[in-house]
Design a protein around this ligand. Structure first.
Ligand SMILES: *Cc1c(COP(=O)(O)O)cnc(C)c1O
Length: 347
């Protein structure tokens, strides 16, 4: 509160030094050097699509197993969404399916690390390099996740982290975009503020491209700066709870656990179990007062994305069997033991 109060009374509440300091400190926290802040993760994704060169009429390959903002950002760009199927075992976009959906119009590949489990980035990178198509990672669930001992995003052209209210870390609202190429940063800064270079004398700028009002302000950035001092134990607790479930739920009959490839280390934003009698398990947990949900609707069922519909057998399987159980920082040792005991009793 003291720092928030200071910034609110400072007379300087829009984008300024606290925003730039937050970008620098977030960069060193995630271990990705070129970071741009935005007012939301969705805005950051839209900017990334523009920077990747996506234009109206192009195709972007994406996953339907995600929150709507992933795909709404593609709609904002004017591109056509082409669904790739997902792995039935973890809900992440399937590299084989991506490869089969590439056409001469494909301009970007959008990858989501669903629930925090990194997708198969090694294979996705190979496909992207083979065709010269940039990869945009939606890492909204994956702050703190690692792939091949590096932070997620280390190898992709663009990676977005959301700082929305319910993500691992929050600035109330906000989004951070890691760019692999530092030459992208000036364009990113223009896109987020009406196409204008904020640091040039106003009457001397010539606006050459369409820009947006997507910048972060000093108030949200100050919340982020304070959060950075406290966020590591929060993320560590998600991971500790997730690993506890990995060990304690293994081998229970009727339950399958989700995991990524051998390079993948999850940030456990939520914990997904797969089971054939999903609604029965859900009722059993609810009866015992244990929160559980299907966090997202498969996006291909929405009317707004109707033009992209196609057969997705991997998604049919994952979507009919997935159930998310809590594993966040608020889940105590007693809570997680009770969750495991309740599942072990059968449903
Ligand atoms: C939260 C979320 C976003 C959007 O982030 P905002 O900061 O709310 O715009 C994008 N993708 C996924 C998968 C999300 O969960």
């Amino acid at each position: 509160m003291p720092r928030l109060r200071d910034v609110l009374y400072s007379g300087q509440i829009t984008e300024g030094e606290p925003v730039y300091e937050f970008e620098r400190r977030f960069a060193s926290f995630v271990g990705l050097p070129n970071i741009l802040s935005f007012y939301s993760g969705t805005a950051a994704l839209h900017a990334a699509l523009i920077m990747a060169g996506v234009q109206s009429g192009d195709e972007v390959i994406s996953t339907p197993m995600t929150a709507e903002p992933t795909n709404m950002a593609i709609m904002h760009s004017g591109a056509k969404i082409v669904w790739a199927d997902v792995e039935p075992g973890n809900g992440n976009i399937s590299p084989d399916s991506i490869a089969s959906k590439i056409t001469h119009r494909t301009r970007a590949i959008m990858v989501v690390h669903y629930g925090g489990i990194p997708a198969s980035m090694k294979r996705i990178r190979e496909i992207s390099d083979m065709h010269g198509i940039p990869v945009i990672e939606d890492a909204a669930h994956a702050l703190g996740a690692r792939y091949g001992k590096a932070p997620v995003g280390a190898d992709s052209e663009y990676t977005m982290f959301s700082l929305q209210a319910i993500k691992h870390m929050t600035t109330v609202d906000g989004g951070m975009l890691a760019c692999k190429n530092p030459d992208d940063l000036p364009q990113g800064r223009r896109i987020r503020w009406f196409g204008i270079d904020r640091h040039a004398p106003r009457t001397e700028v010539d606006v050459k491209e369409v820009g947006y009002k997507y910048h972060m302000n000093n108030v949200n950035a100050t919340i982020g700066l304070v959060q950075l001092d406290h966020i590591s134990p929060v993320i560590e607790r998600h991971i500790a709870n997730g690993r506890y479930f990995d060990a304690a739920l293994r081998g229970i009959s009727g339950i399958e656990l989700c995991h990524g490839d051998e390079a993948s280390e999850s940030s456990y934003w939520f914990y997904t179990v797969l089971t054939d009698r999903r609604d029965d398990l859900s009722r059993h947990l609810t009866d015992q007062g244990i929160g559980n949900s299907q966090a997202h609707k498969r996006n291909d069922l929405h009317s707004v994305f109707a033009d992209s519909r196609c057969d997705l057998p991997g998604l049919d399987s994952f979507y009919s069997r997935m159930l998310h159980i809590p594993c966040g920082w608020w889940v105590t040792d007693e809570d997680r033991e009770r969750i495991v005991d309740t599942i072990k009793k059968g449903w």
